[in-house]
Design a protein around this ligand. Structure first.
Ligand code: HEM
Ligand SMILES: *[C@@H]1O[C@H](CO)[C@@H](O)[C@H](O)[C@H]1NC(C)=O
Ligand SMILES: *[C@@H]1O[C@H](CO)[C@@H](O)[C@H](O)[C@H]1NC(C)=O
Ligand SMILES: *[C@@H]1O[C@H](CO)[C@@H](O)[C@H](O)[C@H]1NC(C)=O
Ligand SMILES: *[C@@H]1O[C@H](CO)[C@@H](O)[C@H](O)[C@H]1NC(C)=O
Length: 493
């Protein structure tokens, strides 16, 4: 009896997989869209699942394989996705016809992760619009101005640390992660955690590992995209209970304290408190969580990669040093003088071109939308509600048709003389349209303040442990060098 049940179960499963595979391998062919042949169950993601390459490199392969197409097909397990590779079409989807594409792809359902789903990053439709409106005032120029001193204070902690460790080869990833957690905590929530000294700080440990997924979490990703009903019924949660509690407590106690002591600060918590009436506790906590997920790894990758590239390019570093020294002697670093650092802007922009953490700009279609044919003479394509498109981001930034010699680190691409060569919608490290990165100005300020202070005080020196050329670590979502980033910081006289 048991044997027969088992047998029929296996048959059903095999049957399902075969049926699924036939559906999946016919999907794009029937619609006249070019694609790589999928494998059963994993579709086109087998290379990344088995760690052969970074997700970014996989997308690059697909993007580059079909140079004449406006969009190509990709199977994320069994979920068909269109990769949009035409700048004009990207503009239509993210800006002009945004009302057809107001939502991101749902990676984790609300049941699987209540906090993830209630971040502004993953909120949908009208709810998203309201939350975005609530949060936007936290990122105005005047708010940024009042946050700069807090950022500079944290940058100074790093400089002090480097002064004390000049003879060592520094693990830049670890160092910068600590800076990023300290900055977000203090500028966002008024929490002074000096994770350089308090090395096992709990917020640091949990915050830094939010995107360092375990095997179980990665399996859940795949399961929930294939069988969303099943994962819903099983009631499994994506993060350990400890993580949810940490963030809930953090927000609740901070809000209580401020109310009790009548403390007012120009930060996120303050704004959330003012908007409190309309939102549930989880929705408020979700935003704090959001700044950790969206703002930590992305910003620290940008800083780490900038330091890595500067170590590999002493001539660029020297030019940057001259600019920083000049400003320091002239008027010093202020919110207004920051924008005078033109070359620093070029260096950071070039870092974000080669190494931005964005990867793709995902959108879910919410109203039926007709795409033009993928190529001249092709058939138009109809997107239905629920269909997902990825607007290519990193792949576009490394496309030799848009960026000659894409692997060369060359800040001059962004100089006054060369800037006009950049085609519209081929450079958008922070995304595009109404859902563009909310923290863009904050992130640029955070990155620039630290690179400025480091360049002014130290020479970033390549050592035998410094990876050259840089290859990506084929793990998870982070943009990090395969062997890490290890350099020496030598004091300038
Ligand atoms: C260099 C660092 C960063 C990069 C490269 C980056 C990049 C991005 C990208 C590509 C998106 C998607 C935009 C789109 O769909 O069009 C995004 C969204 C977002 N980012 Fe950032 N980001 C960075 C830092 C930050 C920081 C520091 C914060 C917060 C303090 C932040 C908060 C957000 C939020 C809230 C969203 C969602 C916006 C929405 O859906 O309305 N980001 N970011
Ligand atoms: C996976 O990688 C191999 C080379 O290692 C490549 O030939 C193949 O096209 C890749 N598959 C996909 C779907 O990108
Ligand atoms: C990621 O998590 C693993 C354990 O799951 C740990 O060994 C590793 O050090 C973590 N990586 C980072 C960058 O913290
Ligand atoms: C990626 O995830 C694995 C777990 O599957 C973990 O062991 C590893 O440390 C992670 N890598 C990074 C760079 O976060
Ligand atoms: C750098 O990129 C930003 C957009 O991310 C842009 O506003 C700025 O003008 C760029 N700077 C230069 C010097 O091109």
């Amino acid at each position: 009896m048991i044997f027969e049940i088992l047998l029929s179960l296996i048959f059903t499963l095999v049957g399902y997989i075969i049926y699924d595979y036939i559906q999946m391998s016919q999907f794009f062919k029937r619609r006249g869209v070019k694609h790589f042949p999928p494998v059963p169950i994993l579709g086109n993601i087998h290379n990344t699942t088995f760690r052969k390459m970074h997700f970014v490199e996989e997308m690059q392969l697909v993007h580059d394989a079909f140079p004449d197409e406006k969009y190509v097909g990709f199977m994320d397990c069994t979920k068909p996705i269109l990769f949009i590779r035409d700048p004009e079409l990207i503009k239509q989807i993210t800006v002009k016809d945004f009302d057809h594409f107001t939502d991101r792809r749902e990676f984790l359902t609300e049941e699987l992760d209540p906090l993830f789903a209630s971040t502004v990053l993953f909120m949908k439709g009208e709810k998203w619009r309201q939350m975005r409106t609530t949060l936007t005032p936290a990122f105005t120029g005047s708010k940024m101005k009042s946050m700069l001193p807090i950022i500079v204070e944290n940058a100074n902690n790093i400089i002090q640390y480097l002064h004390d460790h000049q003879t060592e080869i520094i693990d830049v990833e670890d160092l910068v992660n600590r800076y990023a957690v300290d900055v977000i905590s203090s500028a966002g929530f008024g929490l002074q955690i000096n994770s350089l000294k308090d090395r096992d700080n709990e917020l640091f440990k949990i915050g830094i590992n939010l995107l360092n997924f375990t095997l179980k979490q990665r399996a859940l990703f795949i399961l929930s995209s294939m069988f969303s009903d099943l994962t819903r019924k099983l009631g499994v949660r994506f993060y350990p209970e400890k993580t949810y509690n940490l963030f809930r407590n953090l927000v609740a106690t901070t809000m209580e304290y401020r109310k009790r002591e009548h403390v007012e600060r120009p930060d996120m918590i303050q704004l959330l408190m003012e908007a409190k009436g309309e939102w549930s506790a989880d929705e408020l906590t979700g935003q704090v969580f959001n700044f950790f997920i969206a703002g930590l790894d992305s910003t620290s990758s940008a800083i780490v990669m900038a330091i890595h590239e500067l170590a590999l390019h002493p001539e660029i570093q020297e030019k940057l040093y001259q600019e920083c020294r000049h400003l320091e002697e002239d008027k010093g670093l202020t919110f207004d003088s920051l924008s005078e650092l033109k070359y620093l802007d070029c260096v950071i922009n070039e870092t974000l071109r080669k190494w931005t953490a964005g990867i793709f700009i995902d959108r879910t279609c919410v109203k039926t939308y007709g795409l033009p044919p993928p190529r001249e003479g092709g058939r138009p394509y109809t997107l239905k509600p629920g269909d997902v498109v990825y607007n290519m981001l990193n792949a576009m930034l490394m496309d030799p048709n848009h960026w000659p010699e894409p692997h060369k680190f060359d800040p001059e691409r962004f100089s006054e003389e060369n800037k006009h060569n950049i085609k519209p919608y081929t450079y958008m490290p922070f995304g595009a349209g109404p859902r563009i990165c909310l923290g863009q100005r904050f992130a640029m300020m955070e990155v620039k303040a630290l690179i400025f202070q480091i360049t002014l005080n130290f020479m970033i020196v390549k050592t035998e442990k410094t990876m050259d050329p840089i290859k990506l670590k084929p793990h998870n979502f982070s943009i990090k060098a395969l062997d890490g980033t290890w350099v020496k910081f030598q004091k300038r006289e």
